[in-house]
Design a protein around this ligand. Sequence first.
Ligand code: AHG
Ligand code: MN
Ligand code: MN
Length: 330
Amino acid sequence: MQRLIPVLNSDHVPLHLISVINTLLTAAKEISHRLHQGSLAGTLGSTLDENIQGETQKKLDIVSNQLIKNMLLETGLVHAVASEEEDDIVMGNPDARYLVAYDPLDGSSNIDINSSVGTIFSILQKPDHPAEGKELFLQTGDEQIAAGYILYGPSTMLVLTTGKGVRAYTLDHTVGEFLLTVDSLTIPHDTQEFAINMSNQRHWSTPMQAYIRDLLSGVDGPRGKNFNMRWNAAMVSDVHRILTRSGLFSYPADSRKPEQPCKLRLLYEANPMSFLVEQAGGRATTGYERIMSLQPTHIHQRCSVIMGSRNEVDACLEYYKSIPCERFDC
Ligand code: AHG
Ligand code: MN
Ligand code: MN
């Protein structure tokens, strides 16, 4: 089985970018080890702190964030990092060109119940125009040069794109390396499976309510087929299922908290996952525009997310086009 670095070399990925990706994987191996140790490593449970998003931080959110941040900055190849768990960006080598945005532990409410979690990353370059501080990261998803996630499940997997399709690698604990296990991940265009947190149904906008109502009416409804539902509460494992066997994933805007209508973060979650999904032949949209075309205005910005099998995402978009409604802004 092929090892990661020769595969990236054969794709002509620049050596310094390979080193940045490899550093993320060194941190991921350490996170994977701590997750496997569970209570034995003393890292389960929450802290008394909240992150900038107002969410209680798990101990492993903090540990994972520190590991990734420190290891990336030590390479000297990273100009700055932005993390879901940091208030502000952290500067690295002023002469380096790479910028890394990341969600150190995605789905962290799953840690204490011994279920799947992940790490998501997005790699950008210093923009050509003069930019300082947070502005460095205010680039569209189309400007990503690499993105991926590490899924800490029954096996630890890396799913990666450098803009030439999507490959999956599995961590072989015996040699401590990620080995290529799927050469080209492609999302089937059609599906009979969707992933959404149904408990928020009454808070969604009218188009999403109408779309899901029609899926639930199955063979007797306008779609004329039955749909199955799955929700892992970790975007990494929900999107991994879709990359593996098709589906539609959504965390739409809702009216629960008017000051914060969207849950998922553009830089750390929506953009890297959209890059993977599009590279695998799927679609990723807010319901109104393509996610990777969005111009971010702040680093912790959130957006509505609908992604997956392209014909199903298109079917969902028809509801947004045909049903007039007040748009929740993120
Ligand atoms: P994080 O743990 O990084 O804050 O992300 C959790 C996100 C995402 O992974 C998942 O799809 C969603 O939150 C789950 O939300 P619910 O708790 O509403 O199901
Ligand atoms: Mn997350
Ligand atoms: Mn997180």
